[in-house]
Design a protein around this ligand. Sequence first.
Ligand SMILES: Cc1cc2nc3c(=O)[nH]c(=O)nc-3n(C[C@H](O)[C@H](O)[C@H](O)COP(=O)(O)OP(=O)(O)OC[C@H]3O[C@@H](n4cnc5c(N)ncnc54)[C@H](O)[C@@H]3O)c2cc1C
Ligand code: SF4
Length: 314
Amino acid sequence: MIEQRNPLGYYIGHVNDIQHRIKASSGGIGTMLQKHLLSSGKYGTSITFCFNAEKCMYEAKLIHSAEEVNICGSIYQDIDITQFVSEHTKEIANGIVVSCPPCQVSAIRNMLYRENIPCFIISFCCSGQTTIDGTWRYYKLLGIKKKNIVHMQYRGNGWPSGIQIWMKDGSRKFCMNYTDPWKTLHASKLYRPKRCFFCTFDTSRIADISLADPWLDKYIQYDNKGNTLFLVNTTEGLGAIQQMQASDLLSYEETDYAIYCAAQQNNLSKSDRVRYHKKRLQRTQKLTSNPFIHYLFSRNLFMMRLFQKLQNRL
Ligand SMILES: Cc1cc2nc3c(=O)[nH]c(=O)nc-3n(C[C@H](O)[C@H](O)[C@H](O)COP(=O)(O)OP(=O)(O)OC[C@H]3O[C@@H](n4cnc5c(N)ncnc54)[C@H](O)[C@@H]3O)c2cc1C
Ligand code: SF4
């Protein structure tokens, strides 16, 4: 069993390649790390995510070179990466670089350790996932038919950017990060996986590196290209970051726990929410899994907001 521990350091920075930085979620550190570890030959396998227009959803894909990394930003679609890794262990050559939410790090690390497969794990701060049904409901709220979508991204292309949908007719729809209808849909918890209701992770401290958005005034007001706030948790993570800096791939500065707390207040208060409001969360989760309640309150934004009010009274 791998124990949670304090990070070796807190940093804020970005990749030096401007195209890459713009395309990624925040400062591009996550995808550059993945590319660097593959191209340096340290690891031979990784996982990237590609949009399947036919299924209208993102899918995980096993890759073996840096060129195959698809820079598409954070994917707010629940994907079982532990399951994906376990189904592909035979295809892993020379270790694997995996990115996954905090709740999956331990299972993936332990599974790969048992199989004697070296791994480098990238995780992130996580405020909760959304089922694919949630994204499909989101399209309906926008009046968009799935069959008319050729591509979409939840993030990327500037900071903090937002949801971008490319249509068959050549048009593109853009909704700024965490604005309606996504904001209400997410806050209603109607499309939240069960485990997220009771999650206490702000981020993972057993991943090699943990990424986050720097939600601080300085960046919110003046940064539109993107920076990543990141925790280096292992000596291997530190070595990778230092090598990348020596190769002039990225620029960063050291920061501290106080800045991390200021940027990630919401995620850091998850454990208190679970501790002090467990009963309410259990009741809400039960309601969201009732097919009739789910059908009724997911009809439109008005009903979703009504459901939020109802939760506060539980
Ligand atoms: C579901 C989710 C919730 C998040 N919640 C928060 C939050 O509450 N607060 C906060 O500050 N930051 C949150 N983040 C992290 C943030 O959105 C950025 O990922 C982070 O700032 C890293 O930016 P980057 O430019 O360095 O990463 P990039 O260079 O864009 O690389 C991101 C890496 O993450 C991988 N990735 C993307 N989506 C997923 C996924 N669903 N599962 C596994 N791997 C994935 C990509 O393949 C890539 O390797 C969340 C990310 C996700 C995916
Ligand atoms: S909120 Fe917690 S349980 Fe949900 S995806 Fe994020 S880390 Fe996992």
